[in-house]
Design a protein around this ligand. Structure first.
Ligand code: SAH
Length: 253
């Protein structure tokens, strides 16, 4: 049996209790060494076989899984953040389906939540933005045409860019050319929740400069939108004394 487990954004204590227990029981752990905090491997039991998937191809990962599963072993496939976001788990699940190997998924705290925590930020502020677009800029991996940065930007929603910190110059100039105000508040968060986390608030225009000056090129998220530096917003209706909810009678009725 294979357990896909979200490791969380970085801090060792941000894995879920379920994820930690699965690590403790695993006979084999295959972890994404490029991003997963290796400190989490301290939860592995003695004798657990540990593989770094950063050095492996998909076929090699599946071969390790097939061999271990054939021997009745418990396998943890440890992915950074939450496995459903840029985790390349679908292709692994499809290969496991073909081999009739069973699996389940334990979610994790995605780095975009870790970054919001680092910035004390609420993504969904009433009257400012009620939507978060999780995306990436096209690079060596393309994005579908209908999801180009320019077309997604038209919504004016909060945007969180994964896998794009290597070319903030292009990201910034394309968003500005697409009509986003150059003074739009932005943030860049490097290694959110890790001990060496770095976070900077800036504007869309000076984002490339801030990234360059601080040597940030990878393992970072870029957040674009007024929620980063809101000039005003409406308070939530949920806690408004006038507003009746299923749990509380307001003064409006
Ligand atoms: N499944 C992961 C994302 C994997 S894609 C998740 O849910 O977070 C890898 C990209 O995620 C990196 O290039 C970077 O953009 C982002 N990332 C992962 N961990 C991060 C962290 N701790 N801080 C900032 N960005 C991070």
């Amino acid at each position: 049996m294979v357990h896909f487990v979200g490791a969380g954004p970085g801090a060792e204590d941000l894995i879920t209790i379920r994820g930690k227990e699965l690590l403790e029981r695993a006979d084999v752990i295959i972890y994404a060494g490029s991003l997963v905090n290796p400190g989490l491997l301290k939860y592995a039991k003695e004798g657990c076989a540990i593989h770094d998937s950063a050095r492996l191809t998909l076929d090699q990962v599946i071969d390790i899984v097939k061999d271990a599963d054939g021997k009745g072993k418990e396998i943890v496939r440890l992915h950074t953040g939450d496995p459903s976001i840029y985790g390349a788990i679908r292709e692994q699940m499809d290969a496991l389906n073909e081999l009739a190997i069973s699996y389940d998924v334990t979610p994790g705290v995605s780095s975009f939540c870790g970054a919001a925590a680092a910035l004390n930020l609420e993504y969904t502020l009433p009257t400012v933005s009620q939507s978060v677009i999780i995306t990436r800029m096209d690079g060596r991996t393309g994005v579908p045409e209908k999801e180009s940065l320019e077309s997604l930007s038209e919504h004016g929603s909060t945007m969180v860019f994964f896998l794009s910190a290597g070319d903030t110059e292009r990201l910034s100039s394309r968003l500005i050319a697409a009509g986003r105000d150059k003074d739009t508040p932005c943030a860049i968060v490097y290694k959110a929740t890790w001990p060496d986390e770095k976070k900077f608030r800036c504007t869309l225009e000076n984002l490339p400069e801030v990234a360059r000056e601080n040597g940030i090129e990878k393992t970072a998220l870029i957040i674009v939108g007024d929620v980063v530096e809101p000039s005003g917003y409406e308070k939530s209706k949920l806690y408004d004394p006038g507003f009746t909810t299923g749990f509380r009678k307001g003064t409006d009725s």
